[in-house]
Design a protein around this ligand. Structure first.
Ligand code: SAM
Ligand code: SF4
Length: 337
């Protein structure tokens, strides 16, 4: 492998993958406490001065889209909807040229109030995280009694035209492992596209274990007890979800086997944390500090060069199954899921 990143336009890594899908964490704070993500007491949040301002986020987005070929921007967190300037950031992202596709991953709290404004600002798609449709299970997993508010958010997103609304679910042994079919039925009845995600070793408490994780095989076996699933005929490309037609289609369900069926070879993602660090992988152990460069007066060329260099060193895979695997020091909520 050449020693340094070539100064070409796009976010190329040394294995030939190109980063076109930028995940932007807008905050590490959250109003839920999902047990697979953070402890009940929350975390030591980033001090506000360390968090990028709206203008700084938009400057980096402009460089990403206009110089580095980023085609899709997904806002996440923490909980992105608690960032006050979010609709404005969406509007300014939609004004970039070429206009990127704009999506958000949210827990859905407060979405009922902002969905129309977000759609008007240019948001294209929304993924709402919902692991169960039982109020008691929801409260046990998220440590908050807010299921009804998430459902309101989902309905509002659909009404605002942010369709197709996707639902992301994680199954946890002892909580909702037997609820996959009822969650799918609930989503089918409402026209939401459900994706199950294998639990990953990214929780702040380091409580993940391979034995406790519900695997993609288990998820599919449980769904197949109730539904007829056939592989979707479309090419999967760089999409992490394996898609299945439900009962012959057109409805689909997806399974994202991040751990047991890794898709690193086709990965097109790059991440920007709320404090302005580039991570070339969820599981990266190194970050590249764009905030210091930005605040130190670096021009757009220099920032673009630093970003390319950060991408070049992306490893070929996450290596969760490797005995030498080390969980990254930042949890999912601080990286941006
Ligand atoms: N708060 C927003 C939400 O929950 O959608 C956005 C951030 S959250 C970190 C993004 C996604 O990561 C959610 O779908 C959540 O379920 C998922 N997630 C969090 N911790 C996870 C873990 N340890 N393994 C797999 N998925 C996880
Ligand atoms: Fe918050 Fe999302 Fe983490 Fe749940 S998964 S605690 S909603 S950041």
């Amino acid at each position: 492998m050449p020693a340094s990143a070539p100064t070409q336009l796009r976010l190329l890594d040394s294995y030939g993958r190109v980063g076109t899908d930028l995940r932007v964490s807008l905050t590490d704070r959250c109003n839920l406490r999902c047990s697979y993500c953070m402890p009940a007491e929350g975390l030591d949040w980033l001090p506000t001065p360390e968090v990028l301002t709206d203008d700084e986020v938009v400057r980096l987005l402009t460089i990403a889209v206009e110089r580095l070929g980023v085609e899709q921007v997904r806002f996440t967190g923490g909980e992105p909807l608690i960032r006050r300037g979010f609709p404005g950031i969406v509007a300014r992202t939609a004004a970039l040229s070429p206009r990127p596709r704009i999506a958000v991953t949210t827990n859905g709290l407060g979405l009922d109030k902002v969905a129309p404004a977000l759609a008007a600002a240019g948001l294209d798609r929304v993924n709402v995280s919902l692991d169960t449709v039982r109020a008691d299970t929801f409260a046990a997993i998220t440590r908050r009694n807010r299921l009804a508010d998430v459902v309101k958010g989902l309905e509002a997103a659909k009404a605002a035209g942010l369709a197709p609304v996707k639902v992301n679910a994680v199954l946890l042994r002892g909580h909702n492992e037997d609820q996959a079919p009822e969650l799918l039925q609930w989503c089918l009845e409402r026209g939401f596209e459900l994706r199950f995600i294998e639990q990953m070793p990214l929780d702040a408490q380091h409580g993940w274990s391979r034995e406790a994780m519900i695997t993609a095989d288990e998820i599919l076996a449980s769904l197949k007890l109730v539904f007829d699933l056939t592989p979707h005929p479309d090419e999967r490309g760089s999409a992490p979800a394996e898609l299945f037609l439900v009962n012959g289609g057109p409805a689909t369900v997806g399974v994202i086997g991040s751990v047991t069926r890794p898709f690193c070879g086709d990965c097109d993602r790059v991440r920007l944390t709320a404090d302005g660090q580039i991570r070339n992988c969820l599981f990266a152990r190194e970050e590249s500090d764009l905030r210091t460069a930005l605040r130190g007066g670096a021009d757009n060329d220099e920032i673009a060069d630093r970003w390319r260099a950060a991408m070049w060193t992306k490893r070929p895979g996450h290596g969760i199954d490797d005995p030498s695997f080390l969980q990254p020091s930042r949890p999912m909520s601080a990286i941006g899921g």
